[in-house]
Design a protein around this ligand. Structure first.
Ligand SMILES: Cc1cc2nc3c(=O)[nH]c(=O)nc-3n(C[C@H](O)[C@H](O)[C@H](O)COP(=O)(O)OP(=O)(O)OC[C@H]3O[C@@H](n4cnc5c(N)ncnc54)[C@H](O)[C@@H]3O)c2cc1C
Length: 475
C-alpha cells in the first residue's frame, strides 16, 4: 500500500525518465565499491534522479509522510555501503545533477551541485588558475556531494587538509523537506564565525542528517611547481623516523607516501618494468609551491633522508617524476597479483593511527595477516598516519572470506587500541558503525540525539554511521 503511494507520489515530482523502478535498474543500485556489497542484496524500492532542490524537498516531504527511507547517492565509489538502501526505500542518484553553478574568482570560491565529479571540478577551475585541493584516489568518479558527505581527502591532506577545510557553506534539504543554507544566507565571506557551525555538522555526516543540494567551496591558487623525492629503506623503522626528521626540519611536503615490502613486491610482480628496489620500505615525498621554494625543500629532503635511507633520488623533471610515481600509482591494483586466484578487498582499508604508532601498526598488521593466514599489502599516506591495508583473498572461498572478516575486525580494533580511528578517509557507513561506541564513548550518544532531533522518523539514510541500536544497525 505504502509502496503504491510512493510510486504515485514520485510520478508527481519527476518525469518518467528520471524514476527507475525496473528490477535490473534497481539491482544496479545495490552496489557501491565495497567488498561487503558483494555479499548482500540491498535493493531499493525506487531510484530517482533529482535535478532541483524543489524536487529533493518534495521527495523528502513524501518520504517523511509515509515513513520511507531515503538514501542519497553520488557515484557509488564509497567503500562502506554508505549509499545503499540497507532498509529499502528511495535512492536519490545525484550523478546527473552536475552543474558548476558559478566560479567566483574575486572571492576565491565556487558553487557546485552535488553530482559534479571531483576531477571535472578541478578541470573547470584550472581555467581560472584555481583548484580545490583535496585529492581522493577516486577523483575521476567521486562527486562533490559524496566528498562532502564523507569528508574525503587524499594523499595531499598532509599539507592541504580534508574537504571540511574548504566547505564555506551548504544548501541542505532536511528530512522533513525544509531547505536551509548553512554558513550564512547569501554569504560570500571567507571567514565567518557567526552562529553554530552547522556546515561542519553536515560535512562528514554521510547523508544521515540531510541531503546536500549545493556546495560553496573555498578554492586555492594552483601551485606553480612540483617535485618528488623517493627514499629507499632497508629497515622499516627508519621510514617513519625519516618522516619525523623532515617535519622537524620545518618542511611540510604536500604528500608523504609509503610502500612497505609487501607493496613493493606486489608492484614488481604486477609490472616488472617498474622495477622498484626490493626493500623494507620506500617513501615518496611530494613538494609543491613556488619553483625556488620547491627546489630548496627538495634538496633539504634529500640531505635529511640520506641519513637513514640506502638511496634517495629527487626530481622536478615531469618524465622522471612520472616514473618515480608509477609504483605508487599502481599499488592498489597490483596487490591482487600476489596470488593467481586473489582479489584485493576494500575492507579495513583506511585506518588512521598517530604518527608515533605507524611502525607498530605496520608490524602488527603483518602479524595479524600471518595469524589469520591472509596476505596483506600495506601502503598509504604515512605523512598523516593513514594506512591502506589491502587483504588479498579468494572471494569464492567462504572460509577465506570468514577469515578475512575476522582479520579486518582485528585491524579496526588495533587502530582504536593505538589511539587512532577505524577510518581516516572512507567513512563509517553500514560497516564500521559497530565500532562507533568504542571510538566515541559518550559523544556517540550526543550524535544519536542530534540525529533524532533532525530526523525523528529515522528515514534519512538509516542504519549508517551511528552505533547499532534504535537509530541504526550494522549490516
Ligand atoms: C578506487 C577508489 C579510490 C578511493 N580513494 C579515496 C581516497 O583517496 N580518499 C577518500 O576519502 N576516499 C576514497 N575513496 C572512497 C570514495 O571514493 C569517497 O568516499 C568519495 O568521496 C565518495 O563519493 P561518491 O560520490 O562516490 O559517494 P557515494 O559512494 O555515492 O556516497 C558516499 C556517502 O555520501 C552520501 N552522499 C552522497 N551524496 C550525497 C548528498 N548529495 N547529500 C548527502 N549525502 C550524500 C551517501 O549517502 C553515502 O553515505 C576511494 C574509492 C575508490 C573506489
Amino acid at each position: 500500500m505504502v509502496r503504491n503511494k510512493l510510486a504515485a507520489g514520485l510520478k508527481k515530482i519527476y518525469p518518467a525518465g528520471r524514476i527507475l523502478t525496473g528490477t535490473l535498474e534497481k539491482k544496479m543500485y545495490s552496489y557501491d565499491s565495497s567488498f561487503y556489497a558483494r555479499f548482500r542484496d540491498f535493493i531499493p524500492d525506487a531510484v530517482v534522479l533529482p535535478r532541483s532542490t524543489a524536487e529533493v524537498s518534495a521527495t523528502m516531504k513524501l518520504a517523511s509522510e509515509h515513513g520511507i527511507p531515503v538514501v542519497p547517492r553520488g557515484a557509488g565509489s564509497g567503500e562502506t555501503c554508505g549509499c545503499l538502501a540497507v532498509r529499502g526505500g528511495i535512492v536519490l542518484d545525484f550523478s546527473s545533477w552536475d552543474d558548476v553553478e558559478e566560479v567566483d574568482p574575486e572571492n576565491m570560491q565556487v558553487f557546485a551541485r552535488p553530482g559534479v565529479v571531483h576531477y571535472q571540478l578541478n578541470e573547470h577551475l584550472a581555467d581560472f588558475g584555481l583548484f580545490f585541493p583535496p585529492d581522493p584516489g577516486s577523483t575521476r568518479m567521486c562527486t562533490i556531494g559524496g566528498m562532502v558527505a564523507n569528508n574525503s581527502s587524499g594523499l595531499r591532506a598532509v599539507k592541504y587538509g580534508t574537504t571540511e577545510q574548504y566547505v564555506l557553506g551548504l544548501e541542505v534539504v532536511l528530512p522533513d523537506g525544509r531547505i536551509i543554507e548553512t554558513g550564512g544566507v547569501n554569504c560570500r565571506a571567507l571567514k565567518n564565525v557567526s552562529g553554530l557551525n552547522l556546515t561542519k555538522l553536515f560535512v562528514g555526516s554521510e547523508g544521515i542528517l540531510g541531503v546536500i543540494t549545493m556546495v560553496r567551496l573555498r578554492v586555492w591558487p594552483r601551485p606553480k611547481a612540483r617535485g618528488l623525492a623517493m627514499a629507499v629503506f632497508t629497515d622499516l623503522e627508519a621510514a617513519p623516523a625519516a618522516v619525523l626528521d623532515v617535519y622537524q626540519s620545518g618542511i611540510l611536503p604536500s604528500g608523504i607516501e609509503i610502500l612497505d615490502s609487501s607493496a613493493i613486491h606486489a608492484v614488481n610482480l604486477y609490472n616488472p618494468a617498474i622495477n622498484l628496489p626490493e626493500a623494507e620500505a620506500i617513501l615518496i615525498f611530494e613538494v609543491d609551491g613556488n619553483p625556488a621554494g620547491v627546489t630548496w625543500e627538495g634538496e633539504k629532503i634529500v640531505e635529511i633522508t640520506k641519513k637513514r635511507a640506502s638511496r634517495v633520488e629527487w626530481s622536478t623533471e615531469p618524465g622522471r617524476m612520472a616514473e618515480l610515481w608509477r609504483g605508487r600509482s599502481v599499488v592498489a591494483v597490483a596487490a591482487a597479483r600476489l596470488r593467481p586466484d586473489g582479489s584485493r578487498i576494500f575492507a579495513g582499508e583506511d585506518i588512521s593511527v598517530p604518527l608515533s604508532k605507524v611502525t607498530e601498526a605496520l608490524r602488527r598488521i603483518k602479524e595479524l595477516g600471518r595469524q589469520h593466514e591472509i596476505t596483506v599489502v600495506n601502503y598509504g599516506h604515512i605523512g598523516d598516519g593513514n594506512i591502506h591495508t589491502a587483504p588479498v583473498i579468494n572471494l569464492d572461498n567462504p572460509e577465506e572470506v570468514a577469515r578475512a572478516n575476522a582479520l579486518v575486525d582485528a585491524i579496526h580494533r588495533l587502530a582504536i587500541e593505538l589511539g587512532g580511528s577505524t577510518t581516516g578517509e572512507h567513512g563509517v557507513g553500514a560497516v564500521r558503525n559497530q565500532y562507533a561506541a568504542d571510538e566515541h564513548g559518550r559523544a556517540a550518544d550526543i550524535m544519536k540525539q542530534i540525529k533524532e532531533t533532525l530526523d525523528p522518523e529515522n528515514i534519512m539514510n538509516p542504519g549508517k554511521l551511528l552505533p547499532p541500536g534504535e537509530a541504526g544497525k550494522s549490516v
